[in-house]
Design a protein around this ligand. Structure first.
Ligand SMILES: [Fe+2]
Length: 300
């Protein structure tokens, strides 16, 4: 469903307007200039809309890198990417995503990243809880970002399947992902590989703020399932990833320069989509440190 046809909005106590973008995921927040100091009650309202809707978007923001960093820091400590070659020199908490090359012919940012469904940094023992992506230069078509509600996906599973999955753990493996899907890039250094050994996380995770259950699995970073043989585990990962990303659970963001999109990695997955590489694309991203995922059965 597209944002112009889904009318459902509310006003928060601090005076922000929150407009839902689809039935299950996504809301636009109107009435705040993110480049200025934000009052504590507005920060609290933004946090609660973000946790409730999974993705919140802000349009027409003029956000220098330092302001992007400062707004992000309201929600938790920031982490640069483990592959830190594209973190900004003067603002290392901000990572550049771009297809632009410099005068030496080198890419100025990570290019063609995240094109398979994933939750950011799920390969860490304490993955990211949220990410904030800002559009500086956006192709006029293509390069959309799709987001899927893992709450909605979990809720749509049959009860016996929820029970079975709650006892399983997915194996999240960045070096495997990099070798398999990012072979166009300079390989990881042995030091970078050593920083990211595979980790296991529950397939169903309990959201620490809302208590809702979410599927936590995606074909991009979840290699397989603990205790299953690799092929069977991989098949289950892909099956769940496909189930979770059916159109009814997805919001597709079409970027305009000045958009800031803030998503909850604990309850959503996302992927980038392709675009014509003759267009320039320049995005800035921050990532918020999260806690170790856990599963707590309902009523406990
Ligand atoms: Fe991502």
């Amino acid at each position: 469903m597209d944002e112009t046809t889904f009318a459902d909005s509310y006003r928060t106590a601090s005076g922000l307007t929150v407009r839902k973008l689809t039935e299950h995921i996504g809301a636009q927040i109107v009435g705040v200039d993110l480049s200025r100091p934000i009052p504590a009650d507005a920060v609290a309202d933004i946090r609660s809309a973000w946790e409730r809707h999974g993705v919140v978007i802000f349009r027409d923001q003029d956000l220098p890198a330092a302001a992007h960093r400062d707004f992000s820091a309201h929600f938790g400590p920031l982490i640069g990417h483990v592959v830190n070659r594209f973190n900004m020199a003067d603002c290392p908490e901000v990572t550049i995503l771009s297809n632009i090359t410099n005068e030496k012919g080198e890419k100025i940012g990570a290019d063609r990243a995240g094109m398979l469904w994933h939750s950011d940094m799920s390969f860490l023992p304490r993955p990211s809880m949220g990410s904030l992506l800002y559009g500086v230069e956006c192709p006029p078509q293509g390069a959309d970002t799709e987001f899927a509600s893992m709450f909605a996906a979990y809720d749509a599973l049959p009860a016996e399947e929820r029970q079975r999955l709650a006892g399983l753990r997915g194996i999240h493996d960045y070096p495997w992902h990099y070798r398999t899907y990012l072979s166009h890039r300079q390989p990881l250094t042995p030091e970078e590989e050593a920083k990211t050994p595979p980790v296991a996380h529950p397939l169903v995770r309990t959201h620490p703020s809302t208590g809702r259950q979410a599927l936590y699995v995606g074909e991009g970073l979840t290699r397989s399932i603990e205790g299953m043989d690799d092929d069977a585990g991989r098949r289950l990962v892909v099956e769940l990833s496909d189930f979770a990303t059916q159109p009814a659970f997805v919001y597709r963001h079409k970027w305009q320069p000045g958009d800031l999109v803030f998503w909850d990695n604990r309850s959503t997955m996302h992927r980038a989509t392709d675009f014509d590489n003759t267009y320039r694309r320049l995005m800035r991203r921050t990532t918020i440190q999260g806690d170790a995922p856990f599963y707590r059965p309902a009523g406990h």
